[in-house]
Structure formats: structure tokens, C-alpha cells
Write a new protein. Sequence first.
Length: 320
Amino acid sequence: MKSVAVIESANMKTKFMRFFPKVPNTTLFPFQDRLRLGLILLAGIVGLISSSVVADGQTLLDSFTDGNFTSGPAWSGDAANWTMAANSDVAAGAVGSRTLRLNAPALAQTDYLQTQISDWGGSQEWGIWIGIRAQALTAGNSRFVWLYANEATLTSATVDGYRLAMGDDSGGDEIRLQRITDGVATTVITSAGAIVNALTDIGFLVRVTRSNAGEWNLYTSVLPTASGTGDLATDSPTSANASVIQGTATDTAITPSAGGYFGLSVSHTTGANAIVGTEFDQVYFTATPDCTPPTATVSGDATICDGGLTTIQAVLTGTG
């Protein structure tokens, strides 16, 4: 964006008064002072423009209130292995929540859903509610949130991207931000806090931000410390609700690009609790375009003289 305002005339007074018609024209307020005031007003206008620049990148939000995952947006993948629960039963439960729930066959496998996003902007923010039902987190029963994948098949041996991973067999269950290259995971951030091992029937919020310089921040709500506690499926992963900073790192190996995918995935064992042990809700994604705040430059150093030719140029520059 570039805007230019030019005031130029053989009679500087006339054009200046058109540009700022409200400035008083009296002998007690000579032209030179009116010009200085006008430039101050112009700087103020530029300041207001600068402070009101709003990023209007594409936003994806799905709380499944429409009772399906086939539209608004459409999720694809192992669709037959997921269902919509009218009421989440995690923690204290949420009546009428309409929550996405795993409903897989008794096979040891990974089931996923993904949705394509056309515009990833320059920086991103993700948020989600995760519910762990009667199957605790383990290495064989892991939950994943794919923040970005470069292909639709999240189990592919060639997929690249970033994801959150939860579930292991050693101590507490940290939340790990992983970079995936050709299907192989490298940990970028390990959360400072962890979910107490073997907890069931818990809910929690996760929020992640990425700057256009590749700086990642991982936030959560206060993580549950006892079974049957935590956030509900109707709680939103806002900056107020998911404010506990769990880690920061810079990783620029992969840049989210147009047409990439956001996804949800569960690796589970064959147990009755395992194949229905996960819920997801309150999925939130915001892409912000690269933006350079506007600046103002006033050029011209000629002496202001009544009737003289003087040019004053105000330039407003910026992008986004």
C-alpha cells in the first residue's frame, strides 16, 4: 500500500486551506503556524492509520456445532472411524457440545482427519481442546494435532510439517512440538509441564503461535493433575484460557504454504477404551499476512514565503 498527499501551489495558502479547511485563518495564527499545525495533524492521521492496521487473513474455526465434520469445513481421511458425540463426557461433561470423537475398529492403527487450508499467511495461531476419555496417554495410545502438513495423507512416509504429539511410556506426558520430515519426527519444543501419567477423563486446551520469522510458542491451560478434571469441550483456546507458556523455540526448516493441511490423528491399541478414547473440539486457526506498518515522510526544505512556490509531500508507505 502506498498513498501520497501533495500540497503544491504558487499560492501556498489557497491549496493548504483546501487540504485543512478547519484551520483558523486569522492574523493571530499566521500561515507558517497553520502549516506546522497541519503537518502535526497529518502525522496524527498517519498515527491513527498505523494503529488501526488489521490483519485479515483467512480464519478457520470448527466447533462442530453443525453436528458434522463433512462441511464447514470438510474433514477427510479415515472418516468412517470418527463420529459426532452429542454430549462430551470428559471431565465434568458438556451437554450439547457436539464433539468430534474417535470411533475406530479394534485394530492397532492410526486414524486421522484433515482439512485443507488455502491461505497460510506469514504467521499463524492454532488452538484446540483435547479430551482424553477412559484410555490414558501411552506410547501406543498417542494423540496428535497436525498444525501443518504438506500432503493430505498424514500417515505418508513422505509427509512434511509440524505437529503436536502427546503420549509416551516414561514419566509424565509432555506435549511435544515436532517437525516432521519425510514422516520422521524431530522434537522442537517439549512442554515444561506434563500431564500426570495414567490420568483418564481429562480435558485441556493447547494454543500455538508461529511468527513469520519461525519463532514458535507453545501454550496450554492449567494441565489436569487428577482424573475427571480439566477443561470442557465448550471451553475455547483463547489467549486468556490457554495462557501457560510451555516453551519457545525458533525453527525455520519448513514454511507453511498455500494448500497445506491441518489435521487430527490418534494412534491407538485394540482395547475397548482405546478405540473410543479421544475427543477433539474448539478447533481454531488464524493466518495473518505479512505486514509492514505504514510510516510517514514529509519532504521539502524550502522557505515558506507568501506567494512563493513550495512543495510539501507526505508519503504513507506500508504493506498488508
